[in-house]
Design a protein around this ligand. Structure first.
Ligand code: NAD
Length: 349
């Protein structure tokens, strides 16, 4: 893999590799852009098949964070970090403290939070080595619930754009993944009177959503073929791909999962099929509003208010896409890039 080539393609600033032989820690921190502020993005702990796969993932995720912060109107740049290894390990303290030292070495250019495979408990280990960590216990904590709140606001914006009214009452929504975001999303949707079909690879999570919200259980492999109004991916990335596209029978795709489009061309394909796609980094911005609020000393209500803005932000994206007849994914990228370019012009005089 040509690392500088990979960085240059998507305009990344910095890639940091850090190793701690004693604990077995192997970490990578990617800083994509700091024009708007320090690079913020979570730490992902994942058993990557290769170093190249980890580098590709961290670069892709860091860039998504730049765009997410920019379009949400936050004074943050984009970054992300990955720890390569088994995220079920019980030997967490030494690994996370090594990661904390790597973060500290950047002097605040990169700020982290929890992500897939890491928890608020792990953030406490990081805090022993670095001040550049958010989403802490007793402060903003788990961002999942506020992310779910933001996704629910986003679904209302999608409904308004597609059906002319924002109400989700009676709308049939398929929620894929019932983790921290998906479970809370089901709660919000049940309150809105939506009809829920749910899937998770962990049966216990499905049973809980069925019991708590009267949802209908669906096998994980069957989610794509269901005739419904909205498909909400809240599990993994790349779920909109060559295999799933033609099976989709929904009007809207809108959920929290990062990097839902396997390739940019899948955004074009959704556009051609007339399916409204809420760009993932726009609709899932509730969590970053929460950790940004922690950095700025906001109250929980102020962070929720910021997350409520996802509704208007998506309508702006949809309006631009409609006007220019372009995929919503392209419209969002263009709005995010514009904000960064304007800030760069001001900065550089
Ligand atoms: P989580 O790990 O708590 O939950 C993910 C759930 O998806 C788990 O229950 C898992 O069993 C399930 N799952 C995995 N593979 C599946 C499959 N093939 N079919 C159905 N279910 C499957 O994660 P989370 O915090 O809820 O985040 C969900 C997604 O949203 C992730 O992609 C994450 O990157 C993104 N996201 C999360 C936040 C946040 O605040 N937590 C913010 C922005 C984006």
């Amino acid at each position: 893999m040509e690392i500088f080539e990979a960085m240059a393609t998507k305009e990344h600033d910095q890639l940091v590799f850090w190793s701690d032989v004693a604990s077995g820690y192997r970490g990578i921190i990617a800083i994509h852009d700091t024009t708007l502020g320090p690079a913020l993005g979570g730490t992902r702990f994942w058993n990557y098949a290769s170093e190249a796969e980890a580098i590709t993932d961290v670069l892709r995720l860091a860039r998504g964070m730049t765009y997410k912060a920019a379009i949400t109107g936050l004074a943050l740049g984009g970054g992300k970090s990955v720890i390569i290894g088994d995220n079920h390990t019980t030997e967490r303290e030494a690994i996370f403290r090594a990661h904390g030292r790597a973060i500290e070495s950047l002097g605040g250019r990169y700020i982290t939070a929890a992500d897939v495979g890491t928890s608020v408990d792990d953030m406490e280990y990081l805090r022993k080595e670095t001040q550049w960590v958010t989403g802490l216990k007793g402060r903003s904590g788990d961002p999942g619930p506020i992310t779910a709140f933001g996704v629910c606001q986003g679904l209302k914006a999608c409904a308004r754009f597609r059906y002319g009214e924002e109400s989700l009452e009676g709308r049939h929504v398929i929620v894929q993944g019932l983790g921290s975001v998906g479970y809370h999303l089901c709660k919000y949707l049940a309150e809105e009177g939506a009809r829920l079909s749910v899937a998770d690879i962990e049966d216990e999570r499905v049973r809980k959503a069925v019991a708590d919200f009267g949802a209908t259980a669906v096998a994980p492999d069957d989610v794509y073929g269901i005739d419904a109004d909205i498909f909400s991916p809240c599990a993994l990335g790349a779920v909109i791909n060559d295999d799933t596209l033609d099976t989709l029978k929904v009007d809207i795709v809108a959920g929290s999962a990062n990097n839902q489009l396997a390739e940019p061309r899948h955004g074009e394909a959704l556009h051609e099929k007339g399916i409204v796609y809420a760009p993932d980094y726009v609709i899932s911005a509730g969590g970053i509003c929460s950790v940004y609020g922690e950095l700025e000393g906001w109250t929980a209500e102020q962070s929720m208010e910021k997350a409520r803005g996802i509704y208007e932000c998506l309508l702006q994206v949809f309006g631009k896409a409609l006007l220019e007849d372009i995929p919503t994914s392209q419209a969002a990228d263009s709005l995010a890039r514009r904000r960064i370019a304007e800030a760069r012009r001001v900065r550089d005089g």
